[in-house]
Design a protein around this ligand. Sequence first.
Ligand code: BDR
Length: 309
Amino acid sequence: MPVLLDVDTGIDDALALLYLLGEPRAKLLGITAMEGSVPLAQVARNTLAVLRLCGREDIPVALGAKKPLLGRFSPSGKVSIHGENGLGNVSIPDPVRRPAPCRAVELMARLIEESPERVTVVAVAAMTNLATFLLCYPHLKEKIEQLVLMGGAAWCRGNFSPVAEANIGRDPEAAQIVFSAGIPIKLAGLDVTYKAYATAAEREAWRDCGTRAGRFAWEMFIHYAAFYEGAPGCALHDPLAAAWVLDEALVRSLPAHLEADLCGRYTRGATAVDVGGAKTGRPCNALVGVEVDREAFAHRLLAALRRLP
Ligand code: BDR
């Protein structure tokens, strides 16, 4: 299955990337990156370094947005769950190549245009790159099979504001453009990604699986797991979106009409999920994840890490 990945690499973005690289059914055509969990230059470095670690320097990486469609990203001011370098402060060799000499949206357009099959886009950052692409290249929408998005919080509280999840809250206008594009959407929001956690024993199995990718994943998550002390495990937000691409049955979902709130005084960036369109009478534009087969997911993730160098 041809896949494009949009990231702001980040610990769980890096694990989503490893998942796709270790999944023989996914053909990762290219990666686009934007500012997010860490500044754009660090996102670029992290993404290229993870590809180098896995011997996949053939996969093009292009850089996109440094700010949301409107305004600027506000500095978080808190100790980041991703660590100072975005990879849990784990050091891996620097990349030996630079990002592609084109913008993220140009790379997306070229790869989608050239692909003989329709392409699945997995976006696990704010949706600025994706929204910009849809505005610039509307004729290419029909070549997109589906959008699998990590973002939103329908019934649980937010992690960016009391009600907004980070990938939507950081650029709600972009999210709304994506939600209304008319392309089939699968939304892996906090409601289901918090249920897709990895226990300490499962992370130790990554370490012991015999690959440097597995050991790197375990090491990164030492920093991340510290933020989940007292919980049964740490949430694998972005990897769940990657996994859902290949295995529909991993996630139980509900069809819904989905909107990003743009104007609420306290609710800007919240995702309004109307199951079945029952309350608004609007058509369903997304499948919203509600439950995950956590054990099957853990098993597939470990298998993917085992296949890598
Ligand atoms: C999202 O925010 C980022 O920190 C994670 O990488 C994930 O994409 C979860 O809200």
